[in-house]
Ligand binder design. Structure first.
Ligand SMILES: Nc1ncnc2c1ncn2[C@@H]1O[C@H](COP(=O)(O)OP(=O)(O)OP(=O)(O)O)[C@@H](O)[C@H]1O
Ligand SMILES: [Mg+2]
Length: 478
């Protein structure tokens, strides 16, 4: 979070205070920079190196001075008098710098410089810098500088370590669970609707736990034909069945030293359920066609979006295996149950995708935001992620995501009207649904206001909403 937050603040500062050179840097306890955002350092052709050098020297000097500095004209300032600034138009003339320290050590710096052809910085700029930096400094202080769990600043192609995000109590509980279980070997069972982050949670356990040095091997039990599944899982000996030309190591063995993730475990056929149970109990696998058991050191994580209690009741899933797998159970909350996280994740994906698409991060218009936040996200985080990606494409590099850029399911008012029936009653119902949705969107789902706006009584509106099954998205203001 700190890293993203710092990026955001840097962006706000750089956008608001025009500068020819801008650097935002934060240092860890060893004095090493762990975050840097910079702008304009290479933008002047032919003078990049010189510009950077001078910028570095000035930034270093500002850090030494240890307090915010506003210099209108470097040539006339005694603090910088010994620096040779030639004033050829490409070297900084005016400088604004704001270093801060934590626990007595220099912890960060914002450094802005303008060339001779620009206006000098003024006290308004300094005031803005002070205000904009306050939350960043507060956050860093709370974390004691860079938190060790923080992802390092990364290049565009370095993979991000998995992180299950969310600040709602239910999401925090998930994170606490992940932290508690990641360094143990107990099987973990992850339940949740589609797109709630089951695979992500499994990866997070692996990547942050003590098995992170080992492999993470995943299998989707629903995607592999039953006839192949056993040999995929446990391996086989040469000649054990037609087509088994050579010995094959099973995926469980391949996960040795690491984590084995059984996705869609609810779809594991009964015959294999008993074999898996034996593996869990004995910590040994038998390859198909072999009697000799082989020891495996594997941590099992399984996941499903099925109701396994129900499957057990129906006799489709072995109860003993179920109990064995869910020694530790993590329930992932659906996104609609944590609406504040929808906003957090929306911003997160906007940052992420803008970065990978190498484009400026757009903002979301208030109406579009309202629509996004009122949508119930049946496909959960994955659906939100896909929507953000789609919006960025639809916005075509523009600075703003508007309601027109949203999918029709999220912005029903933007839907083009197509008559679904030639029968009057159905066409009328169709019209009513659209009309009501549009009115609700205009009134931000405030139903009393909607009723007043369209000339219905509150009861009349409620009746119609019920009739058309519109009602899941209630406004807290109602
Ligand atoms: N809490 C979260 N924080 C950040 N990203 C998330 C979160 N939850 C899900 N995602 C992202 O949403 C996408 C879907 O997540 P994932 O594949 O883990 O879901 P799933 O529960 O396994 O879905 P399915 O049941 O359909 O397989 C992934 O790209 C994942 O990184
Ligand atoms: Mg999955």
């Amino acid at each position: 979070m700190t890293y993203q937050f710092l990026s955001r603040i840097a962006e706000v500062i750089f956008d608001h205070i025009a500068a020819d050179q801008a650097v935002f840097r934060a240092f860890d306890a060893k004095g090493e920079p762990f975050f840097e955002a910079a702008k304009g350092v290479e933008e002047v052709p032919g003078t990049a190196a010189a510009g950077k050098e001078i910028g570095e020297v000035l930034a270093g000097r500002a850090l030494e001075i240890g307090r915010p500095v506003l210099v209108r004209d470097l040539r006339q300032d005694p603090l910088f008098a010994d620096l040779e600034i030639d004033g050829n138009g490409h070297r900084p003339r005016s400088v604004l710098s704001y270093p801060w320290s934590l626990g007595g050590r220099p912890a960060g710096l914002v450094f802005l410089a303008r060339n001779a052809d620009g206006r000098p910085f003024d006290t308004d700029n300094m005031e803005f810098l002070t205000l904009a930096l306050a939350p960043a400094i507060y956050l860093l202080r709370k974390n004691g500088g860079a938190s060790p769990a923080e992802p390092e600043p990364r290049g565009t192609d370095a993979p991000a370590p998995s992180a299950f995000m969310g600040e709602a109590p239910s999401a925090r509980r998930v994170r606490v669970m992940i932290e508690r279980v990641r360094d143990t070997d107990a099987p973990v069972f992850i339940a949740g609707e589609s797109g709630t982050g089951k695979e992500l949670a499994a990866k997070t356990i692996h990547e942050t736990g003590r098995r992170r040095g080992g492999p993470f091997v995943a299998i989707n039990c629903a995607a592999i034909p039953e006839a192949l599944l056993e040999s995929e899982l446990f391996g086989h000996a040469r000649g054990s069945f037609t087509g088994a030309f050579r010995d094959k190591t099973g995926l469980v063995e391949e996960a040795s030293g690491g984590t084995f993730f059984l996705d869609e475990i609810g779809d594991l056929p009964l015959a294999l359920q008993s074999k898996l149970l034996r593996v869990l109990e004995e910590r040994k696998v038998r390859r198909v066609g072999e009697n000799r058991p082989r020891s495996v050191d594997v941590r099992f994580v399984s996941a499903t979006n099925k109701d396994l209690d129900h499957e057990v009741e129906r006799g489709r899933f072995r109860q003993d295996l179920y109990y064995r797998l869910k020694i530790i159970a993590i329930d992932l909350p659906p996104l609609r149950a944590r609406p504040d996280d929808a906003l957090l994740l929306l911003n997160h994906f906007l940052d992420e995708f803008s970065r990978t698409m190498d484009r400026p991060r757009p903002f979301v218009s208030p109406v579009a935001l309202e629509l996004l936040l009122h949508y119930p996200w049946p496909g959960n985080v994955r659906e939100l992620q896909n929507e953000v990606q789609r919006c960025l494409i639809m916005a075509g590099g523009g600075p703003l995501i508007l309601e027109d850029h949203l999918s029709p399911k999220i912005n029903p008012a933007g839907e083009t009207y197509s008559r679904v029936s030639h029968r009057f009653a159905e066409a009328k119902a169709d019209f009513e649904r659209r009309f009501l949705r549009e009115a609700l969107v205009r009134c931000r789902y405030h139903r009393t206001r909607t009723a007043a706006e369209v000339g219905l009584t509150r009861q009349g509106l409620f009746k119609l909403l019920k009739k058309h099954g519109i009602g899941a998205r209630t406004s807290p203001a109602d």
